[in-house]
Design a protein around this ligand. Structure first.
Ligand SMILES: Nc1ncnc2c1ncn2[C@@H]1O[C@H](COP(=O)(O)OP(=O)(O)O)[C@@H](O)[C@H]1O
Ligand SMILES: [Mg+2]
Length: 286
């Protein structure tokens, strides 16, 4: 790509500038677990993330504008509008897991939302809650209170981000649960365009930005298996890895099983055979 300027590498994606207003986001096959990128790739994982994001972007335009301009034929690159990203991660939780569960056990609250007493790990919440986090430049993202988030983005942007994030979550969670996947929680990233409008950016409603649980195995009262990363997590636990870099290499059966789960999530949610998507990525936009 002679005209693209490499801007940086995330854990999973490569970011290029195409021109002043457009970016190219290229999703690699890298996989991270416990926030560490592993030395082994999962073939086509980046294509699954790209196709799923595009699927949701195409279907959620009535809820919010988004940055998607075009999907390239390699099925892993998207041309996007370049935004000035808000300095918060817009997390929505429908179930009590991860840091939400930890905070609730300590305080009975998550990011200032007081929750009913007696909830168990992985319980469904009475209603989805908006629990913003800071974008940590290194290390783990940190949950913040509404007041803190308002100081970072302003009251008006905060209210709009909360309203849009919650609406997106409700839409996607309903779609997914009808197809056997519970979206326990998810993270959105919004940015502001040249006209000052709030626009959904980044990836959206993928296994990497969300906790996907198999609906048929859902048993609250403890942690749930991950729809996509469970083989990797089980393997990492077995090796006794201490969850700091470098992570362990994955054996072929774990790679194959994990690839199959990513593809299954894609096919269940989009209703499109993955091979059809590879042949013509535009199918997910219809
Ligand atoms: N439309 C956009 N305009 C500007 N930056 C964006 C846009 N969409 C996503 N980004 C940024 O691009 C990066 C995506 O790379 P990723 O691999 O997800 O990084 P990370 O490891 O930080 O999650 C993130 O920093 C995200 O905030
Ligand atoms: Mg990211």
């Amino acid at each position: 790509m002679p005209d693209a300027v490499h801007l940086g590498s995330g854990k999973v994606r490569e970011l290029y500038a195409l021109d002043a207003g457009r970016l190219l986001l290229v999703a690699s096959d890298r996989i991270s677990t416990f926030d560490v990128v592993l030395p082994t790739e999962i073939p086509d994982k980046g294509r699954v993330l790209t196709g799923l994001s595009a699927f949701w972007f195409a279907r959620t335009r009535p809820i919010t504008p988004n940055h998607l301009l075009a999907l390239r034929s390699d099925a892993r690159s998207t041309e996007c509008r370049r935004l000035t990203m808000l300095p918060i991660e817009c997390v929505v939780r429908g179930y009590l897991a991860g840091s939400g569960w930890k905070d609730y056990q300590k305080t009975g609250e998550v990011c200032g939302h007081r929750l009913p007493p007696g909830l168990r790990e992985s319980d469904r919440l009475p209603a989805p809650i908006f629990t913003p986090a800071t974008k940590a430049t290194s290390g783990h993202d940190e949950n913040i209170t509404r007041e803190h988030a308002v100081r970072l983005v302003g009251a008006e942007r905060f209210a709009e981000a909360e309203r849009l994030s919650t609406a997106l979550y409700r839409f996607a969670a309903e779609h997914a649960s009808a197809r056997g996947i519970l979206i326990a929680d998810t993270k959105f990233e919004f940015g502001v365009d040249g006209d000052g409008r709030l626009v959904l950016g980044d990836e959206a409603l993928t296994p990497d930005s969300s906790r996907f649980w198999p609906a048929d195995e859902y048993t609250p009262g403890g942690p749930q298996p991950s729809f996509d990363k469970q083989f990797v997590r089980d393997f990492c636990e077995k090796t006794g890895w201490n969850k700091t870099a470098p992570g362990p290499a994955l054996p072929p059966d774990v790679v194959a099983g994990t690839r199959a789960r990513y593809v299954e999530a894609f096919e269940r949610l989009t209703g499109v055979p993955f091979t059809r998507y590879l042949a013509d990525p535009q199918v997910v936009l219809g």
